[in-house]
Design a protein around this ligand. Structure first.
Ligand SMILES: Cc1cc2nc3c(=O)[nH]c(=O)nc-3n(C[C@H](O)[C@H](O)[C@H](O)COP(=O)(O)OP(=O)(O)OC[C@H]3O[C@@H](n4cnc5c(N)ncnc54)[C@H](O)[C@@H]3O)c2cc1C
Length: 508
């Protein structure tokens, strides 16, 4: 029998289906349940909760296959507040000092730098280039409000400015040092391909780059794994709320046939579920590939264009364990600088032969007492996607050659490795969102706009959109994703409290 929206006077009766059980779907369900909604259901395509929050093991060590840090752990970060409430953090992360440190997007990591000729670089070779790069990156953030950006992409801007400034500022520096400094800038570009989850900084729009906002607090990790956050939230949901292994094939909305429900969710196995509201939380990578099949009728054009314009690329990790360290005790990040890259490049010429050149370096898992000697290599882009197709043995071989070459030590041998493969995950199709060329704040607004759009006579709030790609300034993060889940839950809560003010206030 057709459900009629007119007879639903409170959220208690409303049937809400959430698609995807990552942090955004989970936080939406959590808030709705706590606010008295009794018919909330999550449909998840895989056999687990958490999505891109995924904790794994390297031997007996806990490692993060997906999200790694709480970015900006301080009072305004809901992930930090929940993790603190659930007792999931080390005491150091909880200190007021840690919360007050404001480093923007540049963590003050202690580095070791090695070059492709097997030499450790000096600060004179590394620091001036790093400084120039960081200044240019900061400048790249300044165009979003004013418009009139001089170049289309962050990559174009940094490349042209760096070349010009190097010729002026470093004109008295000897040719070899200057060339090496430009190679360092290439290394930084590759690092920021990882940070942004893009193939190349040439794909990141200069006009929208500054939309991303940081929070104060020195990034911290979950000692027992990020999935602890998911487990604690799950434990507070009514049991049976999540249905696993239930991919959704199509959301039929705005159905005008009076004999049928306005809104139906069709699963891969053919099951059809009627609903009053659907919250979509699938990743942008999935939407880019499947949005024409996922919605009937299709999404409005402005939404489709924003899905296309926003970027969604790949950033993968390769964990590597060694018997003993070849880096300094205090070192937190290792940069690997190729000496033939003084043209400011962040892509390799031949994917199959030289994909490994895209790996910018490693972060060191700390503290050593917990992790032993484990590094996390970072690699973005098509090179990273190609790496996913290789066997673990082939990846290990390339990593071994790489560290031997850069350290000049021909005996270094990894004990074991583990890598992520986010591009080939059929439910994700990459890692996270970045603003592509030509993007603006309007694209993120379009992403979060519910359907039918304002002004329509049809039943309101049929399809709502959450997930990291729908946050106006914290896209690509866990806290951004979590906030979007709350935002869409609140949209429904305030919708129903305007009809019938009897719902209890959310007690999150
Ligand atoms: C390598 C990597 C490192 C990262 N590091 C950090 C970090 O350090 N700090 C940070 O804050 N963020 C980080 N992130 C980003 C962070 O993980 C994400 O922004 C966040 O987890 C996204 O949550 P979400 O709910 O939006 O999406 P997801 O977690 O992707 O959840 C979406 C869910 O939808 C499901 N789904 C997809 N299609 C369907 C379908 N048709 N039917 C049913 N279900 C479907 C998926 O299986 C998935 O469970 C990282 C991500 C990656 C990949």
């Amino acid at each position: 029998m057709a459900r009629n929206m007119d007879r639903i006077v409170s959220g208690v009766d409303a049937k809400v289906v959430i698609i995807g059980c990552g942090i955004s779907g989970l936080s939406a369900a959590h808030r709705l349940s706590k606010s008295g909604f009794q018919h909330v259901r999550i449909l998840e395509s895989t056999s687990r909760s958490g999505g891109r929050i995924k904790t794994g093991r390297l031997g007996d060590k806990v490692v993060e296959i997906g999200a790694n840090w709480i970015h900006g752990p301080s009072e305004d970060n809901p992930v930090f507040c929940l993790a603190r409430q659930y007792g999931l953090l080390d005491p150091e992360a909880l200190t007021p000092e840690n919360q007050a440190i404001d480093v923007g997007a540049n963590p003050p990591w202690i580095h070791n730098v090695f070059s492709s000729s097997g030499r450790k670089l000096t600060s004179e070779e590394f620091d001036p280039a790093k400084e120039m790069f960081c200044t240019l990156l900061e400048e790249s953030s300044e165009f979003h409000s004013g418009g009139g950006e001089p170049r289309a992409s962050v990559g174009d801007f940094i490349r042209s400015e760096a070349k010009q400034q190097a010729a002026e500022k470093w004109k008295d520096v000897d040719e070899n040092t200057r060339s090496l400094r430009m190679c360092v800038i290439s290394n930084m570009m590759k690092e920021h391909c990882c940070v942004n989850g893009t193939h190349s900084m040439d794909e990141v729009g200069l006009g929208a780059y500054g939309l991303y906002k940081t929070l104060p607090g020195l990034d911290c990790t979950f000692p027992k794994g990020y999935e602890g956050l998911i487990e604690n939230l799950m434990a507070e949901l009514p049991s049976g709320l999540v249905t696993y292994n239930r991919p959704v094939r199509c959301v039929r909305w705005n159905n005008k046939d009076k004999r049928e429900n306005t809104l139906t969710v069709e699963c891969d196995d053919g099951e059809r579920i009627t609903a009053d509201h659907v919250i979509i939380t699938v990743p942008l990578g999935y939407l880019k590939k499947h949005c024409s099949a996922l919605f009937s009728p299709p999404l409005p054009l402005h939404k489709l264009h924003s899905i296309q314009r926003l970027g969604f690329g790949t950033n993968n990790k390769i964990f590597v364990e060694f018997d003993s360290p070849w880096w300094d005790a205090e070192c937190e990040v290792i940069h690997l600088v190729w000496e033939d890259e003084d043209d400011v490049v962040d892509q390799v010429p031949d994917l199959q032969r030289s994909w490994i050149k895209k790996l910018f370096g490693f972060t060191v898992l700390k503290p050593t007492e917990r992790y032993g000697h484990v590094l996390c290599g970072w690699i973005a882009g098509h090179e990273s996607e190609y790496m996913e197709t290789l066997s673990e043995q082939e990846v290990t071989q390339s990593i071994t050659q790489l560290v031997r070459r850069f350290t000049g030590n021909p005996t270094l041998t990894p004990k074991r490795i583990l890598r992520s493969q986010w591009f080939h995950d059929p439910w994700t199709g990459g890692s996270y969102t970045f603003p592509g060329k030509g993007c603006s704040a309007q694209d993120l607004e379009n992403m979060m706009e519910p359907l039918p759009t304002k002004g329509s006579q049809a039943q309101p709030l049929q399809v709502l959109f959450a997930g990291e790609a729908t946050h106006p300034c914290y896209y690509s993060t866990v806290h951004g994703a979590l906030l979007t889940g709350w935002r869409e839950a609140d949209r429904l809560i305030s919708h129903y409290s305007s009809i019938s003010p009897s719902l209890p206030k959310s007690n999150l």
